[in-house]
Design a protein around this ligand. Structure first.
Ligand code: HEM
Length: 208
């Protein structure tokens, strides 16, 4: 059954297209504000890290929110969590392109901004993002099966939550306001735990 709301631009793959084109346009505009010099590229890296945080949090909390507070907005995020998740992957794709531009345009500053840990942990993060995005289509999801899909998307989600926490958290000593970026991550974690507890409680009552 295909509900009628799937026909508009704020649902499904059209939503993904609108969000990704908007993100790409904003990134070109931001880089253009600094004449496409390295400063502009670094602004794009930071901007996409933040847009990625937004779409990741929406996608990873959607089911919990819809369970705890079923209403029009939470049902919309739940219905579109796949497309919000793929928008997160696109946002991080732009993050990767901007990182490559940064490395080419100012290799000394790039070397100073990265280390072995950024490659190892960031690389694992990208491996999860690619695997999760690749299995976000009906056919590829069916190919790996529901159990592998669930394990991959759960493990990847928690790993990325950890990666965001470390990447924003390590900047707090220099910029204390970065602690604010940890709030949505904590909220997502708390919502998922509360929703999980709420799901288990009725079973216990029945079992007793
Ligand atoms: C090999 C993979 C990666 C590399 C080489 C990398 C590189 C970078 C660099 C160089 C910056 C700093 C830019 C600057 O100071 O101008 C940065 C920022 C950041 N990255 Fe990545 N990154 C990678 C993967 C990831 C992943 C997987 C995530 C999250 C899931 C992530 C989240 C962040 C965050 C949160 C920031 C801080 C943005 C800010 O200052 O507001 N990165 N990254």
């Amino acid at each position: 059954m295909t509900p009628p709301h799937r026909q508009n631009w704020f649902e499904g793959w059209r939503l993904f297209a609108v969000l990704t084109l908007t993100l790409a346009g904003l990134c070109v505009w931001i880089a253009g504000m600094r004449q496409f010099e390295v400063d502009g590229v670094r602004m794009v890296i930071r901007f996409t890290a933040r847009t990625s945080l937004l779409f990741f949090c929406l996608a990873f909390s959607a089911a919990a929110l819809a369970r705890l507070w079923p209403n029009g907005w939470t049902r919309w995020t739940r219905r579109n969590r796949r497309y919000l998740g793929v928008t997160f992957a696109a946002s991080h794709g732009i993050h990767a392109v901007a990182i490559a531009c940064f490395a080419i345009m100012d290799s000394a500053a790039y070397a100073a901004a990265t280390n072995a840990a950024s490659y190892i942990f960031g690389g694992i993060g990208y491996a999860f993002i690619i695997a999760m995005a690749a299995t976000s289509f009906d056919r590829s999801a069916a190919t790996i099966g529901p159990r592998a899909f669930r394990i991959l998307h759960l493990a990847g989600g928690y790993y990325l939550l950890f990666q965001f926490t470390v990447s924003f958290g390590k900047r707090i000593p220099d910029m204390p306001l970065y602690a604010l970026f940890l709030l949505p991550l904590l909220a997502v974690m708390a919502l998922r735990l509360i929703a999980m507890a709420a799901r288990r409680t009725p079973h216990r009552v029945q079992a007793g």
